[in-house]
Design a protein around this ligand. Structure first.
Ligand code: NAG
Ligand code: NAG
Ligand code: NAG
Ligand code: NAG
Ligand code: NAG
Length: 321
């Protein structure tokens, strides 16, 4: 849903002009409930990361109730009733991509729930699929099998890396963002300050807000859990204007010190997907280390009810420019 807020944005333009450049933004897209259907395209494509998944199209998702919208909620889930045949297709799930693309912007995800369970690999991220990796990739929320790393990561073309230490509460895990080195691990920051930033912990507190700001001088990610009193009111209330200067230290900070962000990132879409197993979650060592039973693919095939909580629930996605 695109808000018709022309009068309001005009009223705030002069306000924005008086504040610090690049820090004050105006609401551009307010995506709520049924608005997810008009703002996102369902991508019924093979999972490029070899997951045990079948991404379905929108009519199928709605028919199977894998997506469900009310006036103020959007739910996106995986199938939790079907036992799969080993030689047959993977578990039905959903992958959505925003119709709009964004360059410099702030996006705030108000999420009540994220997919949890052994074998799950949920992701909320941005990229330009037709120009990857040259157009850049920002993984805002990503993790596997309920466990660490609760990580935000950039993936780019060559000549982009991050300093070992930056103004962030998280911990830098890897510094070279170049997809062609280190098995495409990217440059990642683990969210360490908040232990409810992912999986069951996140869901136990009714989730919270993830926000990402992208400018040509930095890319920053913040996370506030639902009852965090330090969460900025403009971010959590869906205000018409926000001021990221007042949001405090981000969980992850990717500055342009050793990376020309302007040339490594072009217009990106928001993508939200849930796959199973695949290159990361299903990696035998990663899967075993998470304490999950059996092997990933057999577990996903044989235990549909294990995925009753494998769903995203969004109150809103707000994009500011
Ligand atoms: C579809 O899913 C929603 C959300 O989980 C649930 O409230 C609703 O009852 C489901 N509808 C059907 C027909 O199962
Ligand atoms: C990003 O993707 C869109 C198509 O989705 C394309 O039109 C645009 O040119 C891409 N950007 C670049 C620099 O390729
Ligand atoms: C990641 O999230 C899980 C679940 O909430 C938590 O147990 C773990 O400590 C978190 N890890 C980090 C590094 O924040
Ligand atoms: C690498 O990036 C730096 C800026 O971060 C730039 O000055 C330099 O020219 C780039 N080198 C190449 C080979 O593109
Ligand atoms: C979503 O798809 C992208 C590739 O297009 C992949 O990099 C990412 O890991 C996938 N994640 C999930 C959860 O499917």
């Amino acid at each position: 849903m695109k808000l018709n807020i022309i009068g309001v944005s005009l009223a705030f333009t002069s306000l924005a002009g008086t504040a610090l450049a690049g820090a004050v933004y105006t609401l551009n897209d307010n995506i709520v409930g049924e608005g997810f259907y008009s703002s996102f395209n369902f991508e019924a494509i093979p999972d490029p990361t070899n997951g045990r998944v079948t991404y379905v199209d929108q009519p199928t998702a709605q028919m199977l109730n894998l997506t469900y919208a009310t006036g103020n909620t959007f739910i996106m889930r995986a199938d939790d009733t079907t036992v799969l045949t080993p030689s047959g297709p993977g578990r039905n799930s959903v992958r959505i991509r925003s119709n709009r693309q964004y360059t410099q912007h702030v996006v705030v995800f108000d999420m009540q729930h994220m997919p949890e369970g052994c074998g799950t690999w949920p992701a909320v991220w941005e990229t330009n699929e037709s120009n990857w990796p040259a157009g850049g990739e920002v993984d805002i929320v990503e993790g596997v099998n309920n466990v660490e790393p609760n990580q935000s990561t950039l993936h780019t073309s060559p000549n982009c890396s991050m300093p070992a230490s930056t103004a962030q509460s998280g911990t830098t895990a890897t510094t070279n963002c170049d997809t062609s080195v280190n098995g495409n691990s990217g440059c990642g920051v683990r969210l360490t300050e908040d232990y409810n930033s992912f999986g069951p912990g996140f869901n136990s507190v009714n989730g919270g807000w993830y926000a990402m700001e992208r400018t040509t001088s930095s890319i920053k990610v913040w996370f506030w859990e639902r009852d965090d009193r330090s969460a900025p009111f403009d971010a959590t209330s869906g205000a018409w204007t926000i001021d990221t200067n007042l949001w405090g230290t981000p969980a992850a900070d990717f500055p342009n010190t050793y990376c020309d962000l302007a040339s490594h990132f072009d217009a990106n879409n928001i993508i939200i997907n849930l796959t199973f197993c695949g290159d990361w979650a299903g990696n035998a060592a990663v899967y075993a280390a998470s304490g999950c039973p059996s092997d990933c693919v057999s577990y996903v095939d044989n235990n549909p009810t294990a995925f009753t909580n494998a769903y995203f629930q969004f109150s809103s996605i707000n994009v500011y420019t």
